[in-house]
Write a protein that binds this ligand. Sequence first.
Ligand code: GUN
Ligand code: FE
Length: 451
Amino acid sequence: AQYQTTAYRASILHFVDDPAVSQTPYEYYEDGVLVVGTDGKVKAVGPANTVLNNYPYIQVVDYSGKILMPGFIDSHVHYPQTEMIASFGEQLLDWLNTYTFPTEQQFSNKTYAKSVAKTFINELVRNGTTTALVFGTVSPNSVDALFEEAQTRNMRLIAGKVMMDRNAPDYLLDTPASSYTDSKALIQKWHKNGRALYAVTPRFAPTSTPEQLAKAGQLLREFPDVYMHTHLSENKAEIAWVQSLFPSSTGYLDVYNSFGLSRNRSVYAHGVHLRDDEFQSLAQTGAAIAFCPTSNMFLGSGLFNLQKAEQYGVKVGLGTDVGAGTSFNALQTMNEAYKMTQLRKAFVDDPSTVNPLKAIKAYYLATLGAARALSLENQVGSFKIGNEADFVVINPNATDLLKFRMQKTNTIEDKLFVLQMLGDDRAIQNTYVMGKKQTVNGYGSGYYQYT
Ligand code: GUN
Ligand code: FE
């Protein structure tokens, strides 16, 4: 028979709203079906019996016993730093000088950039991540290499060339004029080319002159639907440095705001040390925060206040921030997010005011929450009809310990929490992009399929 569409049968979970504002933030079908059209988009989702009645001749791929959910979205990651993940001993500013800048120098070589881009995209796939907002380097070659590699899998990826014209080694500097011209050419080449999207990417306030930040603002005015991607308020020494470089600003976020960089599709990594008025400003402008727990703890940056972001209605997505982050894996990132909220209790006056991160919120932040932070809610992050069918098949019994522990769980929320604490790439059985099963070196995504 000629099949029009494919049905995936599994325990299906996806979000319809933020657990912070809705009593029914997710849909869960213990025996569910996801129907994907030949166009790679979601046609239906629901209980297996009901949905399959409507598609009597459909091809069914059976993932019974597995959990199928939207592919994870990484709201902030540096692909050139893949090779320097887990570099010892420094906090942000020394870490940049010691490890990051020398590493990023290599990416003016397109062949080199391509090989790292391939490894990076493979890691995303192996970890069930189907969309990411990605830093390149200052070299336009780095961005071409990444988008070319992403295109071989038709991935929805957002990326940009770093703009950086001071306070870094000469070999990594551009100028306000060249960063404008190079970024513009990349926008014209890649933005909305297939599923690719472009992000204007000033590295962070200390490495751009006011003239360059003005150019970034100009690009956003000329191309209103591109992204803006940078770092904000990550580390205390960094914040003090920003104040000395921009003495007339009222704070770190004010520097970006004064160049028109905050609006929807603006994403600020970290925001660990934001003031209340800065949270309020983010909510008002529509800019989002990428919450990067493994990085914040690895670099000793601090403990992000997720509850405050919720109170002010600031959009938040989960990010890995590799190579300051220590894992590409969303489950492991959620694991550390949970521990961060626990640890916050040790540092506040009244511990009872801090609520440990619930599993359901963590998975939201890695899927629909991140999609909303990236203004991609109508493309990815949930199984809304018509969305692009990027999804991950998770094996909740992937390791001996997971299997043993899962026997003692009852609800799906219990299972998700155990998976978040004990799961890693071994639990990622398969990753699908636009309804297409992905392989890495000829294998499916999961670790056990290599062995
Ligand atoms: N701030 C400026 N550049 C970087 C970077 O590469 N990583 C992190 N974590 N913070 C930054
Ligand atoms: Fe970063």
